[in-house]
Write a protein that binds this ligand. Sequence first.
Ligand code: UD1
Length: 429
Amino acid sequence: MVTEVRRDMLQRMRIKGGKKLIGTIPISGSKNLSLPAMMAAIMTDKPLLLRNVPRLADVLSAMDLLNYIGVDVNWADSNSLELRCGSIKTTEAPYDYVRKMRASILTLGPLVARFKKASVSLPGGCAIGTRGVDLHIKALQQLGAEVEVENGYINATAPDGLRGCDINFTTPSVTGTENALMAAALANGTSRILNAAMEPEVIEFANLLNMMGANIVGHGSPIITIEGVESVRGASFEIMPDRIEAGTYAIAAVVTSGRVLLKGCVQDHLSSFLETVRSVGGICEPVADGILVYREQDEIRPISICTAQYPGFPTDLQAQYMVLMTIANGASSVTENIFENRFMHVPELCRMGANISVIGRTATVVGAHELSGAQVMATDLRASVSLVIAGLVAKGETVVNRLYHLDRGYENIEDKLNNCGAEVERLNV
Ligand code: UD1
């Protein structure tokens, strides 16, 4: 088991601000596609090879959970994972695994579909809001499973297998759609997911399932149709580049007045986000091997945004965008429509000199403030990277505490930043 990214809880990051990011950043494989793709291994006794998997703490947490269930999972090379679920030891996903990573809920669909039962701990409290799992549960119930929530566990059984049906999501859920896809792929008959999530990760995940022998059409639209099959097989599949990582570094490039080639970044996956970056004064030029991001003018225009499901502005880039607005020439607002408590970075950014006030789901950012280095606390994955970006542009030294959040989603972040001229250092105490 590779543990090198499972870093000490006390680790901190020291950033000496004021350096322009100039160079090339290779974009790693998508975390949010790797996790469901790994869970899809439960659906078959044949081997699944996933290439371009990032070495992140969340991937290691998923490996641990799959190991616990009885799936053989090993690194075939530096970024390829080999998974095989010949037989299993248990259909339980215990609290200790699920609490570390909410995406563990993705074991529910494939376990019930193939092994006819599952017992998955409720994810529990989450820093960015209540984040229910009712849609996951309802999807399985509609497919004919008996589901009870007892003692903090979702217990689901389907002794006669799942049967095709219409699954109607009241709100589009990314992992909810992925769970439903895995369950419906092995159900008896035809299913439709109505109001399905349309994120690129969902489309690519359906492509993976089809490569494994599932029969899915309509992914990328709000209605996905799944013709159930008796079994699926293994596959060899390349994980697409991480659009959120790419968007994060795009903002870092503009914030620092730098010039960065985001190598491998797919423009189509980030269209509305890149449009916003262009409208604030960033240049995002598609080139042969990615997107070149820089800024030509000194001034950043204040542009208000609202987060939304794909193809809208991604909630996972909201915290990073807010840093950009702190140096804009005027006031703007940032409205968070997906998660109700995703402004934990605001007080930390204010400690660095930002002028941000929050009312309900909307933060008002008064820009043109110079940020100054400070000690700050990371609270979740995207909040922590926003503090790193703030540190890159701030005057003086910033120390980001509780760095372990960052390691859940950003592969080799110090190397990627330092290779572009940043001065970033991981401190062990
Ligand atoms: C996924 C991403 C996460 C991203 C989020 C929104 C993964 C592993 N994680 O999370 O990075 O921030 O999409 O793009 O892919 N909801 C319910 N009941 C449910 C499920 C969801 O009410 O059963 C609500 C949530 O509280 C939220 C909305 O639906 O308001 C969308 O959440 P969802 O798409 O499910 O997020 P995740 O799949 O958990």
